[in-house]
Design a protein around this ligand. Structure first.
Ligand code: SAM
Length: 274
């Protein structure tokens, strides 16, 4: 197995920043290193040939990004989180607004958005919610839009759905099987727009009642987590909610005192100060 030093990782992230305007310079070094090494192994590249390929072959960047970002996700991931969403957070938002907006930041292949849509449909309010789902990786967004997943993934998704205690007898009520795939009912995505958006370099583009950014900031270093939390703060209405991943925390961030913890176990916060 090859190794790579910090100076070479910096050369790679500087090149990507200058040539392609993606900024990985403040990603957590250990996972960035693991991903770069994995790409080098998969593509049989050395540091020099990787740099050359990134310089000479612009189409390689999308493939590179797809491998560099960690896209692992599942439906009803952390079922207890979704039960709290259904029983506490969404009802609390609805006390003040009949119609509201949700942002899924770092939505990957769309399982989390689909989960939200199924839950909202079961609550009878899907038509009242506008959802925007964003990711840096355009390849993964194209996959997300299809709402189509390998049938082999459905065993875990179904287990999560049972633990969530959904109102249908099975997730099968929401999809049909074709050529080894589960193709979900496209109507579930009627109010969803998928867009490319970079949390590091992208602008704030709307105001939301709820932002989900789960299992994304774990790949950022502390200073980038601070910057991104500031963007979420600005993107939320006052008293809006922010949900992050179960292994993540806001407590070290500069903007932490503008939020209160609503549910520590499920990492759900509420903006209390502008
Ligand atoms: C592990 S997935 C999380 C998926 C989903 N939120 C979940 O918890 O199951 C992380 C996603 O964050 C995206 N991502 C990484 N850096 C990003 C950035 N700077 N801007 C937007 N998305 C980013 C990746 O492309 C990837 O799809």
């Amino acid at each position: 197995m090859q190794d790579i030093d910090i100076a070479d990782l910096k050369r790679i992230s500087e090149l990507i920043h200058q040539k392609y305007n993606y900024d990985f310079r403040n990603y957590a070094m250990s996972s960035f290193k693991r991903r770069v090494l994995r790409i080098m192994e998969l593509k049989k590249l050395t540091v020099d040939t990787l740099l050359k390929k990134l310089t000479d072959t612009p189409v390689f960047i999308n493939e590179f990004l797809d491998e560099l970002t960690v896209n692992v996700t599942e439906m009803f991931r952390d079922p207890s989180f979704w039960r709290v969403m259904r029983e506490e957070i969404i009802p609390a938002i609805m006390l003040n607004h009949k119609q509201f907006k949700i942002w899924h930041a770092g939505c990957s292949s769309g399982e989390e958005v689909l989960t939200m849509c199924i839950m909202l449909k079961e609550m009878g309010i899907l038509q009242d919610v506008t959802l925007i789902a964003t990711d840096l990786d355009v390849n993964i967004l194209e996959r997300a839009k299809t709402a189509t997943y390998p049938i082999k993934n459905m065993e875990l998704n179904e287990k999560n759905y049972i633990r969530f205690q959904g109102s249908a007898s099975s997730l099968k009520d929401y999809y049909r099987e074709e050529n080894g795939n589960a193709i979900f009912n496209r109507e579930l995505f009627a109010n969803v727009s998928f867009r490319k958006h970079d949390l590091v370099l992208g602008e704030i583009f709307n105001k939301f009642d709820l932002v989900l950014c789960r299992n994304v900031m774990i790949y950022f270093n502390q200073s980038l987590q601070n910057e991104v939390l500031k963007k979420f703060h600005e993107s939320l209405f006052k008293y809006g909610y922010l949900a992050i991943g179960s292994k993540e925390s806001l407590i070290w961030c500069d903007y932490a005192n503008r939020f209160i913890v609503v549910n520590n176990e499920e990492k759900i916060y509420k903006k209390i100060k502008d």
